[in-house]
Design a binder for this molecule. Structure first.
Ligand code: IPE
Ligand code: IPE
Ligand code: MG
Length: 240
C-alpha cells in the first residue's frame, strides 16, 4: 500500500534488518548460532518497545532468499529456531493483542514450520495492537517478480488491464498488500546496504544505520532510532 506518512513523531511501520548475529558470537569465541539464539531476546525487546511506543507495524527481516546459500547446518538451526520461537511466543501474542504474520516464499519452508506459521497466523488474525511481521525466505526482487507473474496472468485474462496499469496494481500483488510502507528501516551491525529487502516498499523510507550488533539491539537502541526518526524531514520530493 502506498501510504505516505506525513511528518509525525512516531512511525507507523518500523522495519529492521537484523544483522550481526554471527559477529556477535565470534567476538565471544562462540559458534554463530549462539548469536541467533541471543538475537531472539532482541526480537522480544523490540516487540515490547514497539508496543510501548505506539508503533502499529513492526517488521523483521529474519531470513533472505540468499540466506539459503549458507551452510546447511546453520540453515537447519535457523529453521528449527523459528519453530521454537513461534511456539514459545504465541501466548505473548494472545496476551498483548499482537497479530503475527509471516511473509516470503513459503514454498521453500518445511512442512513443520509452515504448520506452526499457519497456526500462529490464524490464532492471532483478529488482534490489532501491533502487527508483527517476520520476513522469511524473502527478497525484494522475488516479491516484485511474483507480483509481476500474477499481473501477467491477470493481463492474459483481461488484456485491457495493461492499458490502465497503475502502481497500485503492482503494490496490491506484493506479499505486503494491505500493509503500509515502512516509515523507518533500521539496519544493525554497521552494514549500510539494503540486501534485497523491501525494494519497492522502501521507496521513501527513512534509514537508520547503527553499528550495534543485533543481539545487543534492545529497547534503548530501538527508542534511539525512533528519536532520530522524529527529527527527520520527510519531503517526498516536494519543496516545503
Ligand atoms: C543476521 O545475522 C541473521 C541472519 C541473516 C539470518 P548474520 O548471521 O548475518 O550475522 P553476521 O552478519 O554474519 O555477523
Ligand atoms: C541481511 O543480512 C538479511 C537478513 C538480516 C535476514 P545478511 O547478513 O544476509 O546480508 P549481507 O550478506 O551482509 O548483505
Ligand atoms: Mg549478516
Amino acid at each position: 500500500m502506498n501510504t505516505m506518512q506525513e511528518n509525525t513523531k512516531t512511525p507507523v511501520h518500523v522495519s529492521i534488518i537484523m544483522d550481526g548475529n554471527g559477529r556477535w558470537a565470534r567476538e565471544r569465541g562462540l559458534e554463530r548460532v549462539r548469536g541467533h539464539y541471543e538475537g531472539i531476546d532482541s526480537v522480544r525487546a523490540c516487540t515490547e518497545a514497539a508496543v510501548e511506543c505506539g508503533v502499529k507495524y513492526l517488521s523483521l527481516y529474519a531470513f533472505s532468499e540468499e540466506n539459503w546459500n549458507r551452510p546447511q547446518a546453520e540453515v537447519d538451526t535457523l529453521m528449527s529456531l523459528m519453530v521454537k520461537c513461534m511456539e514459545n511466543e504465541l501466548p505473548t501474542f494472545h496476551k498483548n493483542n499482537i497479530r503475527f504474520v509471516v511473509l516470503g516464499n513459503r514454498s521453500r519452508l518445511n512442512g513443520e514450520l509452515n504448520r506452526v506459521i499457519d497456526h500462529c497466523m490464524e490464532e492471532t488474525a483478529s488482534y490489532d495492537r501491533l502487527t508483527l511481521i517476520v520476513f522469511l525466505s524473502y527478497s525484494g526482487r522475488w516479491d516484485i517478480l511474483q507480483a509481476a507473474r500474477k499481473l501477467a496472468l491477470d493481463i492474459a485474462a483481461d488484456p485491457s488491464l495493461a492499458e490502465r496499469l497503475e502502481q497500485r496494481d503492482l503494490s496490491e500483488r506484493l506479499v505486503t498488500a494491505g500493509i503500509p510502507d515502512p516509515d523507518l528501516i533500521i539496519r544493525t551491525s554497521g552494514e549500510q546496504r539494503i540486501s534485497n529487502y523491501l525494494l519497492w516498499q522502501g521507496a521513501y523510507s527513512e534509514f537508520f544505520f547503527t553499528s550495534v550488533l543485533w543481539p545487543d539491539f534492545r529497547k534503548d537502541e530501538f527508542r534511539k532510532a525512533l528519536e532520530e526518526y522524529s527529527k527527520r524531514d520527510r519531503r517526498y520530493g516536494k519543496v516545503k
